[in-house]
Design a protein around this ligand. Structure first.
Ligand code: ACM
Length: 529
């Protein structure tokens, strides 16, 4: 063969290669089913290719819903820091544009999706999130965030391409109540910290933040009709800490901020026990007529309102009226736990009366599991933490149950014997223990239909700041979020741990001080004495 024909054949070969590569999509092949999504979605179908998010991608909000438009901007703001892209948010009732869009659409989908479910559809050309309600779109965005490269969580611009695996995710929660509780009484957390916590909870599709606003050690909500509650009762914390309280404006701002992320705030005023801060502020609430000293220790069960005094109920009416006026959510939590110095014959009529006050304010009552001894009205909710028998009795009385089993769901329990922070009266709660249980089989006689959902409380006797909070909360709360969201039949400990391991890179990038059982030297903050 001549040199000329060899050159000719070589050129032909090269041009064929170039032609094929031009006609191939330039986006890499990616597998959506390999992504570590937490909580695990109901179904994931991979299409095998990828979508590239770039500076020209636009967010298209179908229709003229102001709420959806706000979510569109939320998405744009989420994407901006790490990508540097200032994505345009376009709203229109006209037809969807053709390519490089993220569509957010509320449309009547399968009823199975409910108000919180969503369908996330990713092709090479576009992304769409469909849902029956704005909450669903919001949750779909949290999933989209987790299928973007992990660097999306960076606070500053990253030099990289932003490919997302193509496919479809169909997803909805198994329980309607998926909560966290923060005790701001033992140690106070300022409103800005509560907002940071709200951001963290929303990322895992939690939808409730229960604030434990009063206890023996501190009263944390401005109560205009009884001002000494905060002036005196809010002035300190465990170990003589600085204390503090939310002004009503700050509380309303927390409620507003949470609502934007589809999180309902549930305020708790714990009574008749856990009331030393109130008793110390107003002598007339005490049986003796004398106010005790403020309390900065961590014992429980020694205080009680006088359940027989008329002034006690005036006090509760005022407090719950002010609280209800600032709380758009349907629930008021009245505590009711560990009232060890209140006689049962006094406790029962007390809870009955408080329940009537809650109802008169147009709210549903939630109480810790001890409240089952009272006459529960329809819609009152029982929060199980200690005694399975109480939860069973609650179900007999037709109450719905929130599950917070202390030996699995309490975020203040130590991970193991060498954890410096936390307590261990309910046992150690390591990552496996926090994840490996099913709400619907936990307590004999209590099945899925009786359960409103699950909640992860963080009591703060030993927790003084956000670094410590993060260490105790993460990653256990991610497991709890999955228990609340993902059908039990799709959950598996080993699969969860593989996803969690991958996901931990995102926690690192976000700067969350999470507990890593594999780290030899854990970044655990020193426990304060
Ligand atoms: C509780 O842990 N005392 C509800």
């Amino acid at each position: 063969m001549s040199l000329k024909s060899n050159i000719y054949r070589f050129l032909l070969f090269i041009s064929m290669i170039l032609l094929t590569s031009w006609s191939e999509p330039k986006n890499p092949r990616m597998d959506l089913s390999n992504e570590a999504i937490l909580p695990k979605p109901v179904s994931v179908t991979a299409f095998g290719s990828s979508f590239e998010l770039n500076a020209n991608t636009k967010i298209f909000v179908k229709g003229e819903s102001a709420e959806l438009l706000k979510i569109g901007h939320y998405l744009a703001n989420l994407i901006k820091p790490a990508t540097g892209f200032d994505l345009k948010v376009i709203t229109s009732t006209s037809k969807k544009p053709k390519s490089n869009y993220i569509y957010l659409t509320i449309s009547g989908l399968e009823s199975e999706l409910g108000t919180e479910g969503y369908k996330l559809h990713i092709t090479k050309k576009n992304i769409s999130i469909n849902a029956n309600g704005p909450e669903g779109i919001f949750h779909g965005i949290q999933t989209l965030r987790q299928v973007l490269p992990k660097e999306i969580e960076a606070a500053s611009k990253q030099k990289m391409k932003w490919f997302i695996a193509t496919g479809e995710i169909y997803d909805y929660p198994q329980y309607e109540y998926r909560g966290a509780m923060l005790d701001v009484s033992r140690h106070f957390f300022i409103a800005e910290d509560v907002k940071k916590y709200i951001d963290m909870l929303a990322a895992y599709k939690l939808n409730v933040l229960h604030l434990h606003l009063s206890d023996d050690q501190g009263w944390r909500i401005e109560t205009k009709s009884w001002p000494n509650l905060t002036v005196h009762g809010g002035s300190t914390a465990v170990n003589g800490g600085t204390g503090g309280f939310y002004t009503q404006e700050e509380y309303k701002e927390i409620v507003r901020y949470a609502k934007e992320q589809y999180i309902t705030i549930i305020p708790e005023i714990d009574m008749p026990g856990h009331t030393n801060a109130a008793l110390a502020s107003y002598p007339e609430l005490n049986s003796s007529g004398e106010a005790p000293e403020l309390y900065t220790g961590i014992k429980v069960g020694f205080s009680t309102l006088d359940t027989k005094k008329e002034i006690t109920y005036q006090f509760i009416k005022d407090v719950l009226r002010e609280l209800s006026e600032m709380t758009p959510g349907p629930y008021i939590h009245i505590g009711g736990d560990e009232s060890h110095v209140t006689l049962m014959e006094d406790y029962i009529p007390f809870i009955n009366k408080v329940q009537d006050i809650v109802l008169a304010n147009g709210k549903q009552m939630i109480g810790w599991d001890e409240i089952v001894h009272a006459d529960l009205k329809a819609k009152t909710v029982v929060q199980f933490w200690a005694r399975p028998k109480n939860a069973q009795k609650g179900v007999e009385k037709k109450a719905k149950i929130i599950l917070s089993p202390a030996n699995k769901a309490y975020l203040d329990m130590k991970y193991d014997s060498i954890t410096k922070l936390g307590l261990y009266w309910a046992g150690y709660v390591n990552i496996d223990c926090a994840y490996n249980w099913n709400p619907s089989t936990l307590i004999p006689g209590i099945s899925k239909k009786d359960i409103l959902g699950i909640e992860s409380p963080l009591w703060t006797e030993t927790i003084t700041n956000m670094e410590e909070l993060e260490f105790m909360v993460f990653p256990r709360i991610i497991g709890h979020a999955e228990i609340g969201w993902t059908p039990d039949s799709l959950r598996d400990l080993n699969d969860y741990k593989v996803r969690l391991e991958k996901h931990s890179d995102r926690l690192k990038i976000k700067g969350i001080n999470y507990y890593d059982p594999n780290a030899i030297f854990k970044d655990e903050p020193e426990a304060k004495e």
